[in-house]
Design a protein. Structure first.
Length: 357
C-alpha cells in the first residue's frame, strides 16, 4: 500500500505576524467569522481566539483566490512545538511544525485562482499544549456546505490520538516524543472520512480505564468530560456534539493483570456515564489494536462480559468489536501510519454494517 508522504513547509512559511506586510492586499477574517466551521472540544471563552488542546480538533473554511494565510498561536513554541495538518481542496494533506508562539502560515504557492477549501487539524497531543486560532487572511471567505450529518466520537489513549505513527519527518527515538504524532491520519479520523462523518478524538496518551501509565494520576472516566484532558480542566458541554456512534478503545495502559471484576465494573460505569449524555448513540467497545496476545485475550473476555451485562440489563446499543490482528510497527509499538489505514478499514466496515451507512 502506497505510503502518503508528508512535507514540512520551509521555515520561511511559518513566521511572525510582523512579516505580513508583503500580503497587505489580503483581508483579515477573525476567528469568529460565520464562514469558519469548527469541530472538536474547543474553549470558546474568547471568540476571537478559540483555544484547543485535544488531538484531531479541526477547522474548515472556503476562500477565494490563490493565497491564504493562517494565523495560529502556539502555547509554548520552541522544542515543545505543536504540529498541524493542512489540507487544501481535500487533497494531499501535509504536516507542518509550528516554530514560534505566533505563526503566520501560508498555504502552498501555486494555487490557481478561484475557490478553495481549507482544513486545519491539530495533529499533536493535549500534553503538547494548546493552540489558538487567530483567523485567516485571504481575498474573500465564502460559505461552506453544511457539515456532514453523521458524527462519531472516539474515546481512547495514544493509539486513538495518533501517537508514534508518522516517521516521515523524524524517525522513532529522535527529536521530541510528539514529532511522530498525526491525529489527522489516525484510524478514527480516517474512519470518519471513509463514512462522510465528523470526528472527535477524546483521547489522551497514557490514559487507562482504571490505571494509566507514565506517572499519570488520572483515568479516562475522570477526564472524559473535559476540554483540556491532560490538565483535567474546563468542563465540556456534551450538547455541542451528539455522536451517532461512540467507540471506546481502552485497556492498553491498564494491562492484562487488572482485577477482572474491578475493571469490568469500572468499564460498565463508564459506559453508563457516556450513555447519560448520549441516550441514543451506538457504543462500540474495541480491543487494543496494538495489544499482544495476552492483553487481547483478556480484553476479549472482559468485553464479552461487559457488553453481555449491559445488553441483559436493557441497553441493546452496546456492542463489541475485536480487531483481526496486532498493529505495532510504529514508534514504541504503536501502529504506524499504514497500519492506521488498515485499522480504519476494519472499523469502517463494522460501522457501515452496524449503521447501514
Amino acid at each position: 500500500m502506497k505510503r502518503i508522504i508528508y512535507l514540512l513547509l520551509p521555515a520561511i512559511l511559518c513566521c511572525s505576524f510582523a512579516n505580513s506586510k508583503k500580503h497587505a492586499d489580503l483581508k483579515f477574517f477573525a476567528a469568529d467569522d460565520p464562514h469558519i466551521q469548527y469541530v472538536g472540544r474547543i474553549d470558546f471563552s474568547n471568540l476571537q481566539m478559540p483555544r484547543f488542546w485535544a488531538p484531531g480538533v479541526y477547522i474548515t473554511a472556503k476562500f477565494k483566490g490563490s493565497k491564504c494565510l493562517i494565523l495560529i498561536n502556539d502555547e509554548a513554541g520552541g522544542t515543545n512545538h505543536n504540529y498541524l495538518e493542512i489540507v487544501i481542496d481535500g487533497k494531499n494533506p501535509y504536516r507542518i511544525q509550528l516554530t514560534g508562539k505566533m505563526n503566520e502560515i501560508s498555504v502552498p504557492d501555486g494555487l490557481a485562482g478561484g475557490d478553495h477549501t481549507l482544513l486545519i487539524c491539530k495533529d499533536t497531543e493535549s500534553n503538547t499544549g494548546y493552540i489558538e486560532f487567530a483567523g485567516l487572511k485571504c481575498e474573500k471567505l465564502l460559505p461552506l456546505p453544511a457539515k456532514p450529518k453523521r458524527r462519531i466520537e472516539y474515546f481512547g489513549d495514544s493509539i486513538t490520538s495518533g501517537t508514534g505513527m508518522d516517521q516521515s519527518l523524524v524517525a522513532c527515538g529522535k527529536g521530541q516524543w510528539h514529532d511522530q504524532h498525526n491525529a489527522y491520519m489516525s484510524y478514527g479520523a480516517r474512519t470518519s472520512r471513509n463514512l462522510d462523518a465528523q470526528w472527535q478524538l477524546t483521547a489522551q496518551a497514557g490514559i487507562g480505564l482504571v490505571h494509566s501509565c507514565c506517572d499519570m494520576h488520572m483515568v479516562m472516566p475522570q477526564i472524559f468530560d473535559k476540554v483540556y484532558f491532560r490538565g483535567d480542566t474546563i468542563a465540556w458541554n456534551f450538547d455541542n456534539y451528539i455522536p451517532d456512534v461512540v467507540t471506546i478503545c481502552l485497556g492498553q495502559n491498564d494491562g492484562p493483570k487488572q482485577d477482572s471484576a474491578y475493571f469490568c465494573n469500572a468499564y460498565i460505569n463508564f459506559i453508563k456515564a457516556i450513555r447519560s449524555h448520549y441516550p441514543k448513540s451506538e457504543i462500540v467497545c474495541l480491543t487494543s489494536p496494538m495489544g499482544d496476545q495476552a492483553l487481547t485475550s483478556v480484553l476479549q473476555r472482559y468485553l464479552k462480559a461487559i457488553t453481555g451485562n449491559l445488553n441483559a440489563s436493557g441497553d441493546q446499543k452496546v456492542y463489541k468489536y475485536f480487531f483481526s490482528r496486532q498493529y505495532h510497527n510504529g514508534c514504541d509499538g504503536h501502529p504506524d501510519i499504514d497500519e492506521h489505514e488498515l485499522i480504519a478499514g476494519e472499523l469502517t466496515g463494522y460501522i457501515k454494517q452496524l449503521k447501514g451507512w
